[in-house]
Design a protein around this ligand. Structure first.
Ligand SMILES: [Zn+2]
Length: 460
């Protein structure tokens, strides 16, 4: 039977909708912690029926009974991508769950390495509710307002798994999504803006790159009927100048939403611009050399997902995002943890000759200059190859239709070179090259340096 025609499933969704969406407003920090403890106990017990976790925990001499709550979480070993690959496919799902009920999704290849995990329909709905919660904090009502979501519908992505394989085949009616427009971020921005113009949404959610292109097109007079109240960006960190460009051209409120392909929603910015962790859905640890960092210091995220009956995600250390936590309080009334800053993924970074790591947030700044300074979107794609500490190669794809319009290709190169030079230092050679095509499945940063041999001194 189709999940959505199953009355028990629908009741579960309805209950989840009423209870889950408001949880960060309803529960105070103390009650939220108790809720997290209960969820973690459940997830660890469930994970014990999954061969991967069972073997790992047995080997460490850990039994689910030993985990009473979040305070015990460090007793559990961390899980890597390698563990998932080793046990894939049957070893990453519970022996108690019928595999036919699950949907396989493959995480995106921003680093060139893909990973398959399983989710169930309820996971997908819970993930969507996480998103709905974040837009609700910005005054958007998903049942009344019109929403445009520009997702990555390339065949291998999680979004395709969630929406094309998960939700859409199960929706015989437009019961849930009649006011939602789903667009593909791999389509040309000119086509996307036309579609949005016809739909006239109150809210637009999408990746930083695509939304930047749209903001520029809008500024140039396209999409006259588009006037959303709120825009949410996701993917890479949004630079301040690109945020300004978006705010001005759309005259909308902008907030950033942060998630991972493995876990769905992780955090989002509230009205005050502070990042709130969805602490009822995920638990985050911020580690540096295996130890918890102090507040506002940057650390690598270790993630635990607190729901779902697909592949459990417990102390997963391969998100590779560098994030600093905050102990400050926000007066917006949401409970749960706060994040000070999201720097981006450290497995797609460059290294300066003096051993500092340049994270994606910095590349975002450099590339967004093409949009807000040069006012052109003829830069279609780019890839950076670090050959050595002293030599970086930048390959870009130029949109043929726009080649002779606006600033020259050489001007674009010079802005990018200058940006990279500012971050890396002047003694690094930067080679620029135009190419016809870049394989989107491949990593955006190709690192030829041996990380193990580098002496890291900090972040730029
Ligand atoms: Zn807040």
């Amino acid at each position: 039977m189709n999940s959505f025609s199953n009355p028990i499933f629908l009741l579960k969704i309805l209950k989840s909708y009423l209870v889950d969406i408001n949880r960060l407003r309803r529960l105070n920090d103390e009650k939220l912690r108790k809720y997290q403890d209960k969820r973690l106990r459940k997830m660890v017990k469930f994970a014990y029926t999954v061969p991967l976790y069972h073997d790992k925990y047995k080997k460490e001499g850990i039994h689910p009974e030993d985990i009473r709550g979040i305070m015990d979480i460090k007793k559990l070993p961390t899980i890597s991508k390698y563990d998932f690959k080793k046990y894939y496919p049957d070893g990453i799902i519970s022996s108690k769950i019928n595999k036919n009920k699950l949907i396989e999704v493959t995480t995106s290849g921003t680093t060139g390495k893909s990973l398959s995990i399983y989710v169930d329909m309820f996971d997908i709905v819970a993930g969507l509710f996480g998103y709905i919660r974040s837009i609700r904090e910005h005054g958007i009502d998903w049942r009344k307002d019109k929403l445009t979501i520009i997702a990555d519908f390339a065949p291998h992505t999680v979004e395709s798994g969630y929406i094309h394989k998960g939700l859409q085949p199960r929706l015989s009616s437009n019961l849930f999504f009649k006011n939602m427009q789903w667009l593909n971020t791999n389509d040309p921005p000119e086509k996307v803006i036309e579609e949005i113009n016809k739909f006239k949404p109150d809210f637009i959610g999408g990746y930083v790159g695509m939304l930047g292109h749209l903001a520029l097109l809008k500024e140039k007079g396209f999409g006259k009927d588009i006037s959303p109240r709120v825009i949410a960006t996701t993917g890479s960190p949004l630079s301040n100048s690109l945020k300004d460009l978006m705010m001005k051209s759309f005259n909308a409120e902008i907030f950033q939403s942060y998630g991972s392909t493995e876990s769905g929603s992780i955090a989002f910015q509230c009205k005050n611009g502070k990042y709130h962790v969805m602490s009822d859905l995920v638990h985050l640890e911020y580690l540096k050399n295996g130890k918890e960092v102090s507040s506002e210091e940057a650390g690598k995220i270790v993630l635990t997902k607190l729901y779902g009956i697909g592949t459990p995600i417990i102390r997963y250390d391969a998100i590779n995002d560098i994030v600093s936590p905050s102990v400050e309080k926000c007066n917006c009334g949401l409970s749960g943890g706060l994040i000070e800053k999201i720097y981006g993924r450290d497995d797609i970074s460059l290294y300066s000759p003096d051993g500092r790591i340049i994270l994606p947030a910095s590349f975002g700044e450099i590339f967004s200059r093409i949009l807000y300074e040069l006012k052109t979107n003829k830069l279609k794609d780019a890839i950076i190859i670090q050959h050595s500490l002293k030599k970086i190669e930048l390959q870009v794809v130029i949109d043929e239709k726009q080649r002779d319009i606006g600033p020259s290709v050489e001007k674009i190169f010079s802005v990018l070179r200058q940006g990279l030079q500012e971050k890396l230092g002047s003694n690094v050679e930067i080679i620029t090259k135009e190419v016809k095509k870049i394989d989107r499945q491949k990593a955006r940063i190709i690192q030829k340096l041996d990380r193990e041999k580098l002496k890291i001194t900090g972040y730029v």
